[in-house]
Design a protein around this ligand. Sequence first.
Ligand SMILES: Cc1ncc(COP(=O)(O)O)c(C=O)c1O
Length: 358
Amino acid sequence: MRVFNFSPGPAVLPLEVLEQAQGELLDWQRSGMSVMEVSHRSQAFERVAAEAEADLRELMAIPADYKVLFLQGGASAQFSFVPMNLSVAESVVDYVNTGHWSHKAIAEARRYCKVHIAGDAGGNYTRAPPQSELRFSVDAAYAHYTPNETISGVEFGYVPQTDGVPLVADMSSSILSRPIDVAQFGLIYAGAQKNIAPSGLAVVIVREDLVGRARPETPLVFDYKSIADNQSMLNTPPTFAWYMAGLVFKWLQRAGGLTAQAERNRIKSQTLYAAIDGSQLYKNSIARDSRSWMNVTFTLNRPELDAEFLVQAGHAGLQGLKGHRVSGGMRASIYNAMPLAGVEALIEFMREFERRHV
Ligand SMILES: Cc1ncc(COP(=O)(O)O)c(C=O)c1O
């Protein structure tokens, strides 16, 4: 029996996509092999790669002067790829600190150049700072932020304006959740395991003028230019995850693209926040204008009930609700592939649990 999986990543994948992959697992495109066993240099796989890129370009309306790269190393590797490719040791680079993941990106960048903190949500990181609080350096090599902090559930409701400094975004947990204007960004990166595919893959969307600036000592497999020049096949790529990404992109297209997906995500998140706000037992601590559409965090005002809540939720077929170890409480990750029915089942369970404990 399939459960509703609220894990932050690896995360739920669309059932249709899993069924398609299952259906063609043993004999993919009449090759007599699974896609996992096929050479990445074969024409058939090259088609998978090219179609995945074309479909992602179409979904996100990626302008022609951007490269789309499919990489290994997850989003964390991009914490170092970005400074290695876009800065020199003397560079100043701007970072906005909104919590756990931006903090990690900052720590890594400090190993390569001078980091200026252009904004800090401060306190216990329960909001995205408004534009008026951000102070970007005029001479920064780039400015980095995390549009959606997966652990706390804090999401920017706007794209920071940087006065011409290339904006770099770690979109791991919000990519494809709504339409964005890619032209506002110099570089977007995302680990795949939330809204794109199984883990093992990261996607980078980078404006062409930022490609070809890597430091001389940058390993070839980390250099955006050598990766782009080799269609992301400088070495053996994670072929299965790439294939799955392609199936997910087609699933999104069939379901009306990102405008339709955004509407579903808005409804799912608003329904869940409304249920939390309307209860006596649950509380979300994030500023209203910074509440994430993808990761809805909440605490029980009787923390002694946490363990029981999770056990009972499990019995009700609701998995992966435990908050991150650094923040505690609960977190429902409701990525694109989580249907509204999953959110409704969660709300029904929460109401019933509350009735039994007041
Ligand atoms: C916003 C964000 N950035 C980076 C990461 C790290 O991703 P990876 O495990 O792919 O390195 C995560 C993982 O959850 C994340 O949510």
